[in-house]
Structure formats: C-alpha cells, structure tokens
Design a protein around this ligand. Structure first.
Ligand SMILES: Nc1ncnc2c1ncn2[C@@H]1O[C@H](COP(=O)(O)OP(=O)(O)OP(=O)(O)O)[C@@H](O)[C@H]1O
Length: 259
C-alpha cells in the first residue's frame, strides 16, 4: 500500500498547516497547536546536531495528524517539543493559544499531565498493575481522584473493559496498546500525542488502534498527533506532515480518510 489516490488528497507546498498566514493564537476556530520557527539543536560546536530547522505548523482541532519520515528525520524531537516534554533551541509553540515554550518545568508538566494524553510505542504500562490499575494511575497523575466509573468508561472506549483485571503480561501487544490509550485519555485531554503507536503491532492491530483514535476524534473532538513510518497510515489520517532531515518537505490533506 503506497500513496493515496490523487483525487482524494491535496498536497500543499505551503499549506494552511504550515502557513505563517495564520497569526491567530486563540483556539476559537484556530489551531489547537501552533509551532513557529522551531529549531532544535542537540549538543554544541563540532558535535552539534540540528534535529529540526525552522519548522512552522498549525494543527487544526478534531483531526488526526501523522508526522512521517525516515529514522532520524526529527519526528520524535518534534513530538517532544509539541507535547512540552522538550524545549526548542529557537521558536515558539502555542497550545490552545497559550505559549508553552519558555514555561517552567513544573508549569509544562502540569499542562502535560492535565491537558495532554501521551502514548508511547512501547506502551509504558506498569507490569505489576492490572489494566484497571494502570488506567486509574493515569487519572491520579492528572491530579484527579480514582473514580471507578471514569476508569471503566475509558477502558470501555478501547474495548478493554472485559480484560481490566489482567496484567500487561497477560495481554497481547494490541491489547496493551489499547490499555495505554485508555490511560492516556482517562482524564479527557483535548490533545493525544502518540509516538509510533502502531510500530510494534501487526497491520490488523495497528488499524484497530487508528480506529480507536478516529472514534475519539468523532465522539470527543479530540486531536491526535502521531508519528509513523507506515506509508499505509496516509489512507487513514486527515493530514500527513512529511519530515526530511529536520525540515517539513510536504503536507498532504486526505479529504476522505478510509476510517
Ligand atoms: N538527545 C539527543 N542528543 C543528540 N542528538 C539527538 C538527540 N535526540 C535526537 N538526536 C538526533 O536528532 C535527529 C532526529 O532524531 P529523532 O529521534 O527526532 O528522529 P526520528 O525521526 O524520530 O527517528 P526514529 O524514527 O528512528 O525514531 C537524529 O539525527 C538524532 O540522532
């Protein structure tokens, strides 16, 4: 499976998503995430690596956006900056109209815990906890009280309520990833950020995970930003941002995603 059919996509050089034309910093119809002039340099002097170079992008709310590119192209670095895990060397990131770059570590951590959900390639579940306890832990990290109904609802949304007493080692990779998604959405964040969420899964399980993302977008208006190596993902998401050597080389909008 390679590129999407030409009549279903619009490829833009400088699109609304990269456009510097979008100056608005509020969220009333504006982007949920906006990045402006993001450069990230690791190290100094002879050993310095420019992982991202002058990236501009706007992510519209209620969409699934995939960052795509080869290994080393800068996907994870960009995702870490968009989710306030890392600070850029230069540039600004606005989340819901508020600049998050330059905030203190504890302010950034508050935003991440309360307003963003994070999903990782390797699931990141706590082995000794059941699926239920892992999801409840997500609620506590967000500073909210454990609430049975809320936890079970999150597990229900990913189809894992029946297996909630099982520990991660008793679940398949796809099931573990679904629990990890339940943990990431239990505090009902507006933004879900997922680093290679389907990389460890076979194509059927991967599709199931993207289907869950689509349902979250439809039901709660959530925005999902993910990274992927998978060309097949282009058929499924709303926008694809392709990175090469720390630069955005193309942006594609899929007018009618398959799911
Ligand atoms: N902490 C770091 N120190 C030095 N260089 C780094 C660091 N993190 C990333 N890099 C470099 O920045 C570049 C981009 O890395 P990044 O992890 O963002 O790529 P990626 O597209 O996510 O790759 P992959 O698909 O393999 O995860 C690479 O050249 C990498 O070696």
């Amino acid at each position: 499976m390679m590129l999407v059919k030409a009549n279903r996509v619009r490829t833009k050089g400088a699109s609304a998503m990269t456009g510097k034309e979008t100056e608005r910093k509020d969220t009333g119809g504006g982007p949920i995430l906006q990045a402006s002039g993001i450069t990230r340099i690791f190290g100094r002097g002879n050993t310095a690596v420019t992982a991202l170079e002058n990236i501009d992008l706007n992510i519209p709310p209620g969409t699934i956006v995939a960052l795509r590119g080869r290994s080393g192209s800068g996907k994870t670095t960009l995702l870490n900056i968009l989710s306030a895990l890392d600070d850029p060397t230069e540039g600004q990131v606005y989340f819901k109209g508020r600049e998050i770059t330059g905030l203190s570590g504890s302010e950034r951590s508050q935003i991440r815990r309360k307003e963003i959900g994070l999903v990782f390639q390797s699931y990141g579940l706590i082995p000794l906890m059941s699926a239920y306890e892992n999801v409840e832990f997500g609620l506590r990290i967000a500073g909210l009280k454990g609430n049975r109904e809320v936890v079970e609802h999150a597990l229900d949304r990913v189809g894992m309520r029946e297996r909630m007493k099982h520990r991660p080692s008793e679940l398949s990779g796809g099931e573990q990833q679904r629990v990890a998604i339940a943990r990431a959405i239990v505090h009902q964040p507006e933004l879900l950020i997922a680093d290679e969420p389907t990389a460890e899964l076979d194509s059927r399980m991967g599709l199931q995970v993207v289907r869950i993302f689509r349902e979250l977008v439809k039901e709660s208006g959530m925005t999902v930003v993910l990274t992927t190596h998978d060309p097949g993902m282009m058929e499924l998401v709303d926008h694809v941002i392709a990175l090469e050597d720390g630069n955005i080389v193309s942006q594609t909008t899929n007018e009618s995603p398959l799911i």
